[in-house]
Structures are given as structure tokens and as C-alpha cells.
Design a protein around this ligand. Structure first.
Ligand code: SF4
Length: 699
């Protein structure tokens, strides 16, 4: 990598990948080579994982897109084109599909990796320039169940309502469906510290993950039975007198219905369903019910189910009954996944939402946001539909005929992915803005090359609700534009009424005004204020008032200030095992890859560390199937199949099969997953479906 003639420079910024948003310093040498150095920041304390260390490799990657691509109608191939030609093609195509059926013939799909400014601008673009109600984003596939459960219990959704550092001082820490040792390795230092202080770490996971190996106690339930485990834990806490009656009376409502509903969840019943021994349930309940500082965290393992909201709610009920939320050093939280998983869900790229985490069907919210945008409130479209429903409607007779994708790769990341791929192929116009040719971009009619994280300023909101500054090290390469510039140009060509600034500082200023008074209030968060500290926690309503590292100390964000209990019942997975599909299938992550792998599969060191997909099988199951370690197998569900080498491991239950979802093609795990969705959050059931596994005998 050489870009001669430059002056060495450094910026303090954050990793482009996950929600831990580790602090890092980027240094550009005189040669143009970019070096990553870990930076002390309160969450990562100088640590980085492999993904962060190697993030700069993509800046000058040979596969980087540096010119727009247009699909040539004659050859069917993507060919380089000018920006003018590409943007004209988009505007012509959008006008054509909207001409008859109207604005909703176009849809927009965003991403949880977009900065706050981009997420905000994308929502505004969809609602004002395109005037479509069809916008949603890939965060729907990430933490939407925890978000919905948090909203209905606490009146607000912030992943961690307390600083991450609280983990280090917890006497008992319960992780449910979370594997930070592989997804967020620097976070593990807090877990180590917690145990060194004498704390107890309990992990609930169907696999003996790298995180579970460090635990004092590992509960290994059948996938899809976490809710029953939580209800049994509350049952035991009630029986043993560990419920905090004063807290329940003073700070919550609805407990009586929950008390009645968990009465039937005696531990032996939960053991019969989940396989978790009664003794382990009792030990867990005791550790939660008798310790002083207790934290319960959920992540995708608990949340990515068609009953994900109720599963999270069961753990929230447990936390409330024990009097944890709002107590110093205690509480319930969700470990957000994507880099801006938190901020991405606050600024209006969700189907039901306007900036500030406002509901789009709330007349006062519409008036406020329309006022900031300078458009009549009645011109704003109403709620759209959640991501999977949106993707599955594309190209159908009543569905949108054009789709604009920013920062997402649904061909790999959506459930029942082969079907979604067909839907995308059926569109009249597919536009993808990305800096690499993802599997989704490869299907597009127009591909727009975008700037990378080190080439533009902006803000991200990490898993704690802490707003951070992402700082540009260098300009984007020639031929590449920022997402904000692309949206501004398109808005102008579409004769949109509002202004679309291209300067992220100005966009953030507008975002602050749009969010003012909403649940996620950024009005007092300025770039200057972030620069002066280690970030700013929302809500932060005024310039000179405090921000909020800890929520719920005195009241919850509900109208009466009380948290809400909701009785929830276990229900079977949307698809149960049977004679033809006798095994449970679940998906997850590996340390050296990130999300759909578009970026990390192209980084040499990460490719070496995790070159291929695999299918994890228990040796007993492998023996029954006649499969040896490393032999290719086929995992078949009612929706499709994936092929990958078998990896034999006693870390998995003999009745369950696991595959990581970072790969496309024939190794695509989401060819197999179920598209049943949670009725409240729209979260698909990624974490359990029924499959069979077969040897692949042909070459
Ligand atoms: Fe980046 Fe997450 Fe790794 Fe930190 S843990 S370096 S934020 S991928």
C-alpha cells in the first residue's frame, strides 16, 4: 500500500465492527499504509480482537469498489459506469415503478452498522424523498426482541441501562445466549475480573462455547427452552422467599399475574422440557436470589426466536422480581451485536419509528419530526412492515418493485435466504450501496461504491447507549462517495422538499433537534461534548445538563414510572423435530468473522483463522450418521440445505447441530433457517429449526 507524499497523521476512533466499539488509534504513515493501534477506552481498556486489529486492511483492498456499476441489459453483467449514469438510472427506475402504484412501490433496507447520521438520513430520505412507508433494516434480525421486551417492561429500550464496567463488580452474572468470548473478546476481561473478585458466572447456552468454558456453571438447555428455564428460576425464587417484595410493590406493576403463571413451572417440569438438571436450576436461582449485585444479560441465543420477546420478558420478569433494575451494580441488559445496533434503532430506519425512538403512528411525534424536516406531517407515510415481511414481499404482485439497500447483505443474513434471493431477483430495480461486492450487491442493477469507516466522520452509539465519535483519517479514494452524499444527490434529483446535508456534523445537529423530547433524546449530545469526554450517554436532553450513564435509578420510562411485569408462557418452536427432520439446528458466530462476512472473509488473517463454514456435530451423532471429522455433510431443512465439512465436538448437545452464518453460497446457514417470526418484534427464528444431516458421498 503506497500513497506517497502524505504527512503521517493519527486519529482516535473506534472499531468498524461490533457494538463494543473498541477504542482504537488509526495511523496513516507517509507511505499511505494505515496501522491500527489499540486505544484505552472505558469499554475495551486497550484490548482489540483479531477483527479490530485487521480492520484497516479493507481500506486499500484490491476488491474494493471504486466506481459505480450498472448491469448491462445485453450481457447481464455489471459494468463500470459514471456516477451520473448510475444515479440517473436509479431515478428513472424509481419513477417508473412508482408511476402506477405510487410511492410504496419502492422500499429501503438499512443496516445496524450505519452511523447515527446515516441511519437518520436514510429514514428521512425514505419518508420524504421517496415517500414510501417501506423502510426497515437488518437490526430487525439482531436485537429487535430485546428492544420490544425492554420497551414494554421499562418504557425505553437501551441495550445496557448501565455502564459495561458494572459487569466487573457483579456478584452473580447470568449470560443467556451470549458468547462474548468469540463475539466481543475484550469484554471478557470484565468477566475475568468479576470472577477474580469472587463473583459467580453462569452461562445458559446449548453449546459449551468459549464463554461457557469460563463459567462456574453452564446450563445447556435444548434450544428454544430458555423461557421455561427463566420461569423455573422465578418459581424457585418465589418458593425460597428471594423475591424483593418491597421493590416489587414500590417500583413495578403486574406481578400477581406473573406469580400465578410461574407457579406451574416447578423445576422438574423445566428439567423435563429443557434438559437442565433441577440441581443446576436451584444453584442458579440461589446465586441470583441471594447475592447483592446481580446482572442478567441476554443476547441473540435467547432473542432470535419466534417467541424471542416473551423469552427476554421472562428474564426481565426474573430481574424485576429480584429487584435488580435501577439498583447500583445490578440490572437486566441486552448485549447488542452490530456496531451501531443501538443507534441504528433510534433514528428512524425502523418501519414503525421516527427519530428519537418515536412511534411513527403518534400524531405529536409526526408533527415534531415533520417540523424539523420542513414538510407537512400529513405527507409523512405511516408504519411499514418488519424486515422479513418486507423482503418477502419484494417483487410480488402487491409488493415493492424496487429496493435500495444501504449497509446490509440480506442474501446471506436473511432467514430462508434462497427465497429472499429469488425475491430480489424478481425486482424491477435493485440498488446496493456498499464498498465491496457482497452477495446482495452481486444481484443489483446498480451498485454504488461507498466510503469506509476511516474515511468519514460520524457518531455511533455503543451497547451501553454511549454516543461515540468516529473520526475520518483520510479522504475516500477517487470515485467513491459517502452514503450521505449519495442520499443528498438522489434527493435533489427526486426534487425532495427537505435539505439533505452532506456534512455529518450538520446531519447530527438536525438529528439532535429531531430526537429532542423523544425516548432516545440526543438534544444535548454534541460532537464537542463527546470529544471532551469518553462519549455521552443518552438521554441527554440539554446542552448543559447531565447525560445518563445509569437508567431507572428512581423511575422507569413508563407514564407512571413503574416497570411492567408481563406473564409469559413457554411455547414450542415454530418447527419441531419429526421423523424426517429429527435434529435441532441452531446458528451463531465464530471469532474471526463478522455478520454476513462481506468484510471479514476478505481479510487475509481472518480468512486464515476461519477459512470455511463447518457443521458442528456431537461425536455420538456423527457415529450414528457414519460421519468422520472433516467429512462433508449436508444439513437439510424443509426450506433448503447447506453443505460444509463436519466438525466433531462434545461442546454441542447430541440432538442439536450448529453452523456459523458468515458464509454464502452452498455453505449458507440461512438457506436452512426458519422464517417464522416473533409476532411482536418481527424477529425471525434463526436459532432453532428441524433438520436432518446426511453424508455427502459424491465428490
Ligand atoms: Fe472490534 Fe468488536 Fe473486536 Fe472490539 S470486540 S475489536 S469492536 S470487533
Amino acid at each position: 500500500t503506497t500513497r506517497p507524499g502524505r504527512t503521517p497523521r493519527e486519529v482516535a476512533t473506534h472499531c468498524p465492527y461490533c457494538a463494543l466499539q473498541c477504542g482504537m488509534t488509526l495511523r496513516e504513515e507517509e507511505t499511505g499504509a494505515v496501522t491500527v493501534l489499540p486505544r484505552q477506552f472505558p469499554t475495551n481498556r486497550g484490548g482489540l480482537c483479531q477483527k479490530g486489529w485487521t480492520a484497516a486492511e479493507l481500506l486499500d483492498h484490491p476488491e474494493r469498489l471504486t466506481t459505480p456499476l450498472l448491469r448491462d441489459p445485453a450481457s447481464g453483467e455489471l459494468r463500470p459506469a459514471s456516477w451520473d449514469a448510475a444515479l440517473n438510472r436509479i431515478v428513472t427506475g424509481l419513477r417508473a415503478v412508482q408511476a402506477g402504484p405510487g410511492p410504496d412501490a419502492v422500499a429501503v433496507f438499512g443496516g445496524g452498522g450505519l452511523t447515527n447520521e446515516k441511519a437518520y438520513a436514510l429514514g428521512k430520505f425514505a419518508r420524504t424523498a421517496l415517500r414510501t412507508r417501506y423502510i426497515d433494516y437488518n437490526g430487525r434480525f439482531c436485537m429487535s426482541s430485546a428492544a420490544a421486551a425492554g420497551m414494554r417492561a421499562f418504557g425505553v429500550d437501551r441495550g445496557l441501562p448501565f455502564p459495561l464496567a458494572d459487569l466487573g463488580s457483579a456478584d452473580t452474572l447470568l449470560l443467556v445466549g451470549a458468547n462474548p468470548a468469540e463475539t466481543m473478546p475484550p469484554l471478557v476481561r470484565w468477566l475475568t475480573e468479576q470472577r477474580q473478585r469472587g463473583g459467580k458466572l453462569i452461562v445458559v447456552d446449548p453449546r459449551l462455547t468459549a464463554t461457557a468454558r469460563q463459567a462456574d456453571l453452564h446450563l445447556q438447555p435444548l434450544p428454544g427452552t430458555d423461557l421455561a428455564v427463566a420461569n423455573a428460576l422465578l418459581h424457585i425464587a418465589l418458593t425460597e422467599g428471594w423475591v424483593d417484595r418491597d421493590y416489587v410493590a414500590a417500583r413495578t406493576t403486574g406481578f400477581e399475574a406473573v406469580r400465578r403463571s410461574v407457579a406451574a413451572w416447578w423445576p422438574a417440569r423445566a428439567e423435563a422440557l429443557s434438559g437442565v438438571p433441577v440441581a443446576d436450576l436451584e444453584e442458579t436461582a440461589r446465586a441470583l436470589g441471594t447475592a447483592d449485585r446481580v446482572i442478567i444479560l441476554t443476547a441473540r441465543g435467547a432473542e432470535q426466536h419466534a417467541k424471542g420477546v416473551d423469552t427476554v420478558t421472562a428474564f426481565v420478569n426474573l430481574a424485576l422480581a429480584l429487584g435488580l433494575p435501577g439498583r447500583p451494580g445490578s440490572g437486566y441488559g441486552c448485549l447488542t451485536g452490530q456496531g451501531n445496533g443501538q443507534g441504528g434503532r433510534e433514528h428512524g430506519q425502523k418501519a414503525d419509528q421516527l427519530p428519537g425512538y418515536r412511534r411513527i403512528d403518534d400524531p405529536a411525534a409526526r408533527e415534531h419530526v415533520a417540523g424539523v424536516w420542513g414538510v407537512p406531517a400529513e405527507e409523512l407515510p405511516g408504519p411499514g412492515v418488519p424486515a422479513y415481511r418486507l423482503l418477502d414481499s419484494l417483487g410480488t404482485p402487491d409488493g415493492p418493485k424496487a429496493l435500495l439497500v444501504f449497509g446490509s447483505n440480506p442474501v446471506v443474513s436473511a432467514p430462508r435466504a434462497a427465497r429472499i434471493e429469488r425475491r430480489l431477483r424478481d425486482l424491477d430495480l435493485l440498488v446496493v450501496a456498499d464498498f465491496l461486492l457482497s452477495e446482495t450487491a452481486a444481484l443489483a442493477d446498480v451498485v454504488l461504491p461507498t466510503a469506509q469507516w476511516a474515511e468519514e466522520d460520524g457518531t455511533m452509539t455503543n451497547l451501553e447507549g454511549r454516543v461515540l465519535r468516529r473520526r475520518a483519517l483520510r479522504e475516500p479514494p477517487p470515485g467513491v462517495r459517502t452514503d450521505l452524499a449519495i442520499l443528498a444527490d438522489l434527493a435533489q434529483r427526486l426534487a425532495a422538499k427537505p435539505e439533505f446535508p452532506t456534512d455529518p456534523y450538520l446531519v447530527f445537529d438536525e438529528l439532535r433537534r429531531a430526537s429532542a423530547g423523544g425516548p432516545a433524546d440526543y438534544a444535548g449530545v454534541s460532537w464537542e461534548r463527546i470529544d471532551a469526554a469518553d462519549g455521552v450517554w443518552w438521554p441527554c436532553p440539554t446542552d448543559d445538563g447531565p447525560d445518563t450513564p445509569r437508567l431507572f435509578a428512581d423511575r422507569f420510562a413508563t407514564p407512571d414510572g413503574l416497570a411492567r411485569f408481563h406473564p409469559v408462557e413457554h411455547r414450542p418452536a415454530a418447527e419441531e423435530v419429526c421423523a424426517d427432520y429429527p435434529l435441532h439446528f441452531t446458528t451463531g458466530r465464530v471469532l474471526a468473522q463478522y455478520q454476513s462476512g462481506t468484510q471479514t472473509r476478505r481479510v487475509a488473517a481472518l480468512r486464515r483463522a476461519a477459512p470455511d463454514a463447518f457443521v458442528e456435530l456431537h461425536p455420538d451423532l456423527a457415529e450414528r450418521l457414519g460421519v468422520a471429522d472433516g467429512e462433508p455433510v449436508r444439513v437439510v431443512s424443509r426450506r433448503g440445505e447447506l453443505r460444509a465439512p463436519a466438525r466433531l465436538s462434545t461442546a454441542i448437545r447430541p440432538d442439536t447441530v450448529f453452523a456459523p452464518f458468515h458464509w454464502g453460497g452452498t455453505a449458507r446457514a440461512n438457506s436452512v433457517t426458519n422464517d417464522a417470526v416473533d409476532p411482536v418484534s418481527g424477529m425471525p427464528e434463526f436459532k432453532i429449526c428441524a433438520v436432518r444431516v446426511e453424508r455427502v458421498d459424491e465428490p
